[in-house]
Write a protein that binds this ligand. Structure first.
Ligand code: ADP
Ligand code: MG
Length: 323
């Protein structure tokens, strides 16, 4: 059985994962605190997420996938603010010092840390029910962060990628006992390996009026933007990019409903004024993430969905709530 110190040294303070001191990171793992230096003209963006086994991911999930996903979903919050990653801290609660689990988990973390240049800065390790808390730290040009509160009536609403894929994937992974390996790999990709849109978020800061990453579902997250911006929105249902597997396997209305309300895709929702609309589209195309125009911000106070003939349609669920 590994001691707490051995776990930290072997699994977390390892090359490729642990931060190396530089301009921003003055001191990483090992002391009582981590030291970060924020360059002048920058500001620090921080976001914390807790993932509980059995709530946010299945109890017996592959630890490598759990580690990878834990970091990228937090990185998605930095993407939504337009921030560049500086590093992350990790609060890990484990039922036992299971070496296989820890090796897989830290390998998944390391893959994401290297891919998105976000090294581990420090943390805390305790015993208890499996819970992972990650706080990411990123840098924005001062005053340039993308906020949820900046949308204005008349702005266009854009979304990257396609929607409902992760919600459909986890439903299949939990509900289908015997699954072909290639199907399993595809669904695991959709749920455990979402792509944080860091380059687009960073490039779009200063171009877009507001933004959010879609973690709870399009309607719920657009609702957050509208509430904080003091606006409403109208969505054109015909324009919603419904994920390909949903279109293939679900009846049309059910596919659309899942695309609107299913969470965990971590696509970006961005609002943009007419003046900057072409600039946003050009940025998206350049970065290989052409955004899709799905609606417009209104001076109302609700998110309305209009069908092809302009008739309002209501959808029930609006995002996952813990309480
Ligand atoms: P303290 O008791 O002073 O809080 P700890 O023993 O908790 O210190 O941690 C010792 C060092 O190891 C600290 O630098 C801390 O940041 C780091 N550390 C502990 N757990 C983790 C972890 N899960 N991931 C990364 N660093 C960790
Ligand atoms: Mg201490």
């Amino acid at each position: 059985m590994l001691s707490e110190f051995e776990i930290i040294q072997a699994c977390f303070n390892q090359p490729g994962l642990a931060a190396v001191p530089g301009d921003v990171v003055r001191l990483g793992i090992g002391d009582d605190c981590t030291l970060l230096s924020v360059p002048s003209g920058k500001e620090l963006a921080m976001s914390l997420d807790t993932l509980v086994a059995g709530v946010h991911f299945p109890e017996g999930a592959d630890p490598m996938l759990v580690g990878y996903r834990a970091l990228v979903v937090s990185l998605s919050d930095l993407a939504a603010m337009g921030a560049e990653p500086a590093g992350f801290t990790l609060g890990l609660t484990l039922p036992a010092a299971d070496q296989d689990w820890l090796e897989g988990f830290s390998a998944g973390l390391k893959e994401a840390a290297l891919a998105f240049r976000c090294p581990l800065l420090g943390g805390d390790t305790t015993r208890g029910p499996l819970t992972i808390t990650i706080q990411v730290h990123g840098l924005n040009d001062a005053g340039k962060a993308i906020l949820r509160s900046g949308a204005r009536p008349g702005d266009a609403v854009y979304v990257t990628g396609s929607l409902g894929n992760a919600a459909f994937a986890i439903r299949e992974l939990l509900g289908t006992e015997h699954m072909h390996d290639s199907a399993r790999a595809r669904y695991e990709q959709a749920f455990y390996r979402p792509m944080p849109k860091l380059a687009l978020g960073h490039a779009a800061a200063g171009v877009v009026s507001a933004g959010i990453d879609i973690s709870d579902g399009l309607l719920a997250d657009l609702g957050h933007v509208c509430r904080l911006s003091g606006t409403g929105a109208q969505l054109a249902l015909a324009a919603i990019p419904v994920g390909a597997p949903l279109q293939e396997y679900l009846p049309q209305q059910e596919a659309l409903a899942l695309a609107l309300t299913g969470g965990d895709d971590y696509e970006l929702l961005l609002t943009v004024s007419a003046v900057h609309e072409q600039a946003l589209v050009a940025l998206g195309e350049m970065l290989g993430l052409p955004p899709v125009r799905i609606g417009v911000i209104t001076d109302g106070d609700t998110v309305e969905c209009l069908d092809a003939s302009g008739k309002p349609v209501t959808f029930a669920a609006s995002g996952y709530r813990h309480f």
